[in-house]
Design a protein around this ligand. Sequence first.
Ligand code: ASP
Length: 348
Amino acid sequence: MPSQPTLPMFSAGRHLLSVSQFDRDGLELLFDMADVVAPIAERRSVCTVLDGAVLGSLFFEPSTRTRLSFESAFLRLGGEVTTTTGFTFSSMAKGESIQDTSRVVSGYSDVLVVRHPDEGSVAEFAAASTVPVLNAGDGAGEHPSQALLDSYTLTRELDARGRSLDGATIAVVGDLKYGRTVHSLIKLLSVNDGITFRLFSPPSLGLPDSVAEHAHQHGNTIVECRSVLEAVAEADVVYATRVQRERMTEELHSQVRGNLLNRELLEQAGVAQDIIIMHPLPRDSRHDAYDLSSDVDGLPGLAIFKQTDNGLKVRMAMFLIALGCSADSVRATLKQRPWRADIDWELG
Ligand code: ASP
């Protein structure tokens, strides 16, 4: 990963390009705001704090969750969303530069969310933008909003068990080379103390040295394991990742075979009933996929859908901070909702 220039802490009117823009206080502020908007994300109330604001949502790489979650977050806060997906439907297909596209669309929007397949490209986008840009993933580089919602989920899940993220042991397994969510998460958890990462990846898909180095420099520990079993056996949490086939050669991909993580393996390791199970999603659910098996879905520690639900709150909080809104301004625009969104809605 190329070294990044020092970026300012994330706050009103700032771009969000990297997890390095958060210290412990910044994270606490973001997480507190995520708690404030929780009733809105959970559709128990509605608010119009972003009335009149427009989000430009630009995804030049496939996405389901990240795009819909950012867009839903903005809509739930009362804003409007304009969107474009893929290169084919944008003027980049006509050879327009990142700089020109950025300058143009920032004239239409109050904030931009950008995903692009090239590492560093979202920062280039931000440099030409006149409004805050939030990085929704730049190639194999970073995915800060995912790391933020992962850290929020980890904190809340461990809290609920009377534990702290400081001192926790996290097994990180799968494609650690191209899995950008892992890069961002390990870097973000540098703000915590005494974390041990137990890593397992197939050959040639190991964690980049720069990410491991970052963890070491900030006092966290990296342990390389020879098997997934060894990685999870002493862990409080397991974070599994999909093989990023789109970022590797077919030859490399064909060498990755077998099961990554399933219920049997967790039982064998003696952690099936306790371990917190996380994954950034999508997981590859085809029967021969090297990924987190869906047979873990009934286990008590499954947190993968808590991550996606929390993602909405955390992304709402990111917008509120970027656009300079306080928790009080959210509360002041809370409204009664005349429509029903009952959890026990009679479906079927
Ligand atoms: N959704 C995550 C990402 O965009 C993880 C993945 O695609 O495997 O990086």
